[in-house]
Design a protein around this ligand. Sequence first.
Ligand SMILES: Nc1ncnc2c1ncn2[C@@H]1O[C@H](COP(=O)(O)OP(=O)(O)OP(=O)(O)O)[C@@H](O)[C@H]1O
Ligand SMILES: [Mg+2]
Length: 404
Amino acid sequence: MVGSCLMGICLSSRIKAESPFNTGTSSKYVSTEGNDLSSVSSKVSSGSISRSEGEILQSPNVTSFSLSDLKMATRNFRPDSVLGEGGFGSVFKGWIDENSFTAAKPGTGVVIAVKKLNQEGLQGHREWLAEVNFLGQLSHPHLVKLIGYCLEDEHRILVYEFMPRGSLENHLFRRGSYFQPLSWCLRMKVALGAAKGLAFLHSAEIKVIYRDFKTSNILLDSSYNAKLSDFGLAKDGPSGDKSHVSTRIMGTYGYAAPEYLATGHLTAKSDVYSFGVVLLEMLSGRRAIDKNRPSGEHNLVEWAKPYLANKRKVLRLIDNRLEGQYLLDVAYKVATLASRCISIESKFRPRMDEVVTTLEQLQDSKETVNPQQRVLRPRRRSADDARTGRTTTAYPRPSASIYA
Ligand SMILES: Nc1ncnc2c1ncn2[C@@H]1O[C@H](COP(=O)(O)OP(=O)(O)OP(=O)(O)O)[C@@H](O)[C@H]1O
Ligand SMILES: [Mg+2]
């Protein structure tokens, strides 16, 4: 097992123990302070009610699969059916019968995504269980559906609805004929869908903090409806008159709110910050952290801030692949929204329901405007044009050291 040991407990390679200041590209991190692993038990809380592992796994909303079922459904976890790899393990495509939920012939029945945990240890188990706990109870058009799980010997597997268009990360940053640049309208549709998912989690009835909002956890169905996946780090929000939950600092570099990194105090506004970072990624076509860019441009938030100041400058921030597709007024409003979400002081960040309202208004307004008003050449060269001297920009997936 590739992993690191922290206070005597082995952690998976997904969450690497390192200083928050050692910002590896898209690395997950965990602080070495305020460790709360001591509180790990077989109870996971949700909706302020602690449920035992047995209760979580017996939820009527999720099916328990046998390992042999899932082996058949994925044709023995065939390498050519891999949909993607994360720090947790690989995700495979499979098929099950829609009524019996037993393995079906490829191409028949229901398509599923099977995430196979490739590591042992308490940490991996806790995240696996948190996923079953949260997604087993929560149901919403903008959350991915968890169909079931498998817990057999050391095997821990999660079975989800298949999301045909994969992750937003692939659509924004992967090159290749399959992944055409996402249009402005689709980016706005995805932003609104993901915002609705977060707003639902933050609502008074649910009160869950997601804690790992990023482009790879936003999955897309065939119509580009966004659904949030990966609740392994999700936490119940503060109860009573508490203002925050205290946690170990975990998440992904580039997306975490500054006060959370500094104190470990988690609030719904930490998710709002991460949403702002993702909105900036969608506007700019740049990754939250990209070590392949010139120094001074590694961190998207730091790089983008000066361009968010006024309408004229915003133009230079926007992905040049979007040329001709957006109105400057609308783009400026989206940039202003992103800017508010990444406010250093959390009280200046909007709530997610306000974000949803703003994005909805922007989507409605675009239809009523003359297409001739859209931003077209000639225009000022974007910051990327100036740097590369090209009109198209390469978007390599950075080497993901945590997956080594
Ligand atoms: N339900 C699904 N349907 C289709 N593809 C999926 C599904 N779930 C995951 N994938 C694909 O598998 C990839 C890996 O997912 P996974 O959640 O394991 O890792 P990640 O989100 O990329 O990274 P991390 O481990 O940091 O969360 C995703 O980026 C996506 O492309
Ligand atoms: Mg993920």
